[in-house]
Write a protein that binds this ligand. Structure first.
Ligand SMILES: [Zn+2]
Length: 112
């Protein structure tokens, strides 16, 4: 349930941006959400629909890009995104999670 404060923050940011840049209507909000952030895109969408009413982003479409965590191979040093397996695509050794990766919740851009 930690999507609620995240969406509240997001809307505050969008209101501030709109005011600073004199934007009258935001058409789309582009977000990046890491797979390990614990944030569900569907919940973000749900809260956004409710909370955006009366705000600068009231009619905005939410575009969510899901970002995989990055792994780094212990053996050869290759960094690769976590998809189905933890194994390095080059040498087959098991990769380790790159610290902090996949935990992002980022406002990438807005379309006006
Ligand atoms: Zn490797």
């Amino acid at each position: 349930m930690h999507e609620l404060p995240v969406v509240e923050d997001l809307i505050k940011t969008l209101d501030r941006e709109s005011e600073e840049k004199n934007i009258t209507g935001i058409k789309a909000v582009n977000l990046r959400i890491g797979e390990l952030s614990g944030i569900m895109g569907e919940c973000v969408q749900m809260y956004f629909d409710v909370l955006s009413r009366g705000h600068s982003c009231e009619r905005a479409v939410l575009n969510i890009t899901h970002v995989p965590a990055m792994l780094k191979c212990d053996k050869c040093g290759r960094e690769f995104p976590h998809e189905k397996s933890f194994d390095c695509p080059d040498c087959g050794s098991m990769g380790k999670l790159v610290k902090g990766s996949g935990r992002e919740f980022m406002l990438e851009s807005i379309d006006v």
